[in-house]
Ligand binder design. Sequence first.
Ligand code: SAM
Length: 223
Amino acid sequence: MGKLSIVATPIGNLEDITLRALRTLKECTVIYAEDTRIIAKLLARYEMRKPLQRLDAVTESKKAGDIIARLEAGEHVAYVSDAGTPGVSDPGARLVERVRSELQSARIETIPGPSALTAALSIAGIDADQFTFLGFLPHKKGRQTMLNTIAESEILVVLYESPHRVEKLLGELGVLDVSRVIIARELTKIHEEVVSGTPAELLAYFADHPDHLRGEFVVMVAP
Ligand code: SAM
């Protein structure tokens, strides 16, 4: 019986990869990736070549069947998402669930590493002994209920947000009288920054620095 390795990859800086992740990517027979072009860049950086297959959110169920067949044939399959830890606001969980239920004897191992979630918390400057992670908020249905829950939360709430929705989110948090928001942007990249303030202060900051509304964002709402 084969082995499935779920491998965390960098969230920006290609040096953020563990020795074990590199060894796993080198030793496996095939890499399934959310986007094969992204993993191809990482492999090129470390002078590795490997057969690549795509497994994204749309194809996860179908490709899980292919992976199960490979594991039955004794192959070592690695799975990587576009960035960070698979399964965290990324594909991977359904794959693991199917392999675990259909192939009890297959080994499933984690190769832990970066995640925007933990990277953001590590430099937010706020106590993260307890927090709620909500990933991406829904755009429409259920959004207001989630926002109310965030505003009333007694512990830190962490969200992922796309750059073109950050201002909208700050406006919504301002209406709910949230007192402090911390934004971690472009983590591990050249323009990495953390800014903190009331929603109104952060909106003023982004109005003054519109170029800082680019990139990838983690939004943390203090209790
Ligand atoms: N699986 C990934 C992880 O472990 O962090 C998350 C994937 S999710 C599809 C992508 C979101 O993560 C982005 O929209 C952004 O909110 C956050 N993110 C990813 N990389 C980031 C970075 N370098 N800086 C800040 N946020 C990042």
